[in-house]
Design a protein around this ligand. Structure first.
Ligand code: IPD
Ligand code: CA
Ligand code: CA
Ligand code: CA
Length: 263
C-alpha cells in the first residue's frame, strides 16, 4: 500500500468535508441528544460520517471504518486497514460557538497508526502526520517537543474531575492545577491533542475519551515525541473508552506519578 496515495485521498476528502460543514451553517442544523441531555449530536455529524464512509468505500471497499455515530461497522479488532473517524469533535462548540470543532481521523494497519489528521474546520488548519516521516501544521513541519519544567507547563483539562463521580483523587488534582503555570479548556479533545503536539499546550488530561477522539491525534503525537497513555500509564486502547493523558515527554511521568491517583 502506498501511504502517500492514501494520505492525498484522506486530505482531499477532509478538506471537502470541512467545506460541507461550513456550508451547513446556512441551512438547518437539527440537534438531538444521545446518552444524556448534554450528549449532543446533529444531522451534520451523521451526514459527515456518511460522507466519509461513501468516499472510503469507493476508494477501497476492503477498508474497515469505525465512526462515533455508528454509521460504519461494528469493529472487534484492528486487523487490516482501519479508519477511525470522529466527523465533528466538539459538537457542543459546533452548535453553540460555530468554531473550535475538528474533523479527526486516524488510519491504522493491523493496529499500527499510519496516518493521523486533525482539521480545524472553521480556520481550515490541518494538523497531520505520516508514521516515521513526521508531522505537519499545514505546510510547516512540527518540531520535536522540547523539555520544560512542570511549573512552566500549560495544561488542558476540563471540569469533569470536580464532578461527584470523579475518578481521580481530588486533592492531588488541585495540587497539579496549583503547580502548573496555567490551565485551559477548549471543548474539543482533538484540538487539545493537536495543541500538545504543536507545543501550544504541554499536556491534556481527560477522565474519559473514546477511540475516535484520540485515534488521529495519537499518530500525530508519536511523530513529535509526545506521550499518550491512559491515566495508569498504559498504552491507549483504540477499541474501548478510557482515561487519557497526552503530554510533553519531560512531564508525562511526573504528572502520572505525583498528581494522578485513580479511585
Ligand atoms: C467530545 C469532545 C470533548 C470531550 C468529550 C468528547 P464530541 O467529543 O472532544 O472535548 O471532553 O469527552 O466526547 O462528542 O464532541 O465528538
Ligand atoms: Ca459526541
Ligand atoms: Ca469526539
Ligand atoms: Ca463527534
Amino acid at each position: 500500500m502506498d501511504l502517500h496515495v492514501v494520505d492525498q485521498f484522506a486530505k482531499a476528502t477532509i478538506i471537502e468535508a470541512g467545506k460541507r460543514i461550513r456550508d451547513a451553517f446556512s441551512y438547518d442544523i437539527q440537534v438531538e441528544t444521545k446518552a444524556d441531555a448534554n450528549d449532543l449530536v446533529t444531522n451534520i455529524d451523521r451526514e459527515t460520517e456518511l460522507f466519509f464512509i461513501d468516499k472510503i468505500k469507493a476508494f477501497n471497499p476492503e477498508h474497515k471504518i469505525l465512526g462515533e455515530e455508528g454509521m460504519g461497522e461494528q469493529i472487534e479488532s484492528l486487523e487490516g486497514p482501519v479508519w477511525i473517524i470522529d466527523p465533528i469533535d466538539g459538537t457542543m462548540n459546533f452548535i453553540k460557538q460555530h468554531r473550535h470543532f475538528m474533523i479527526t481521523i486516524g488510519f491504522f494497519v493491523d493496529g499500527v497508526g499510519k496516518l493521523g489528521y486533525i482539521f480545524d474546520v472553521m480556520n481550515e488548519d490541518m494538523f497531520c502526520a505520516i508514521e516515521g516521516e513526521g508531522a505537519w501544521y499545514n505546510d510547516s513541519p512540527l518540531r520535536k517537543l522540547q523539555p520544560l519544567p512542570l511549573e512552566e507547563a500549560i495544561i488542558g483539562i476540563n471540569a469533569s474531575w470536580v464532578s461527584p463521580n470523579r475518578r481521580v483523587n481530588h486533592e492531588k488534582m488541585i495540587e497539579l492545577v496549583r503547580t502548573v503555570r496555567g490551565t485551559r479548556s477548549y471543548g474539543s479533545a482533538a484540538m487539545e491533542i493537536a495543541f500538545v503536539a504543536s507545543g501550544k499546550l504541554d499536556a491534556y488530561i481527560s477522565m474519559r475519551l473514546s477511540p475516535w477522539d484520540i485515534g488521529g491525534g495519537t499518530i500525530i503525537a508519536q511523530e513529535v515525541g509526545a506521550i499518550a497513555t491512559n491515566l495508569k500509564g498504559q498504552p491507549c486502547n483504540l477499541l474501548t473508552q478510557d482515561t487519557f493523558i497526552i503530554a510533553n515527554p519531560s512531564i508525562h511521568q511526573q504528572i502520572l506519578e505525583h498528581y494522578i491517583e485513580e479511585k
